[in-house]
Design a protein. Structure first.
Length: 73
């Protein structure tokens, strides 16, 4: 069973249908750092760890999610 987290899922109903996912009507679930621990543990075991100075978040919609401020296009 999958849990969908974040506020973006309602914007993609066709994706929900393609993947056979259901968004809960009881409210939005927000991810927390502790939810990543199991994924990080498995990645570490596969040798996918990086030094802290090379770690950076990956945003799915990095260039369109934020409104550009004037002068910062």
């Amino acid at each position: 069973m999958w849990s969908l987290a974040g506020t973006g899922w309602p914007a993609y109903p066709e994706l929900q249908g393609q993947l056979n996912l259901t968004v809960s009507d009881s409210g939005v679930l927000y991810p927390e750092a502790e939810d990543m621990l199991l994924l990080a543990h498995h990645a570490f075991e596969r040798g996918e760890a990086v030094d802290a100075e090379h770690a950076s978040p990956v945003y799915l919609r990095d260039t369109v999610a934020w409104k550009k401020l004037p002068g910062r296009e």
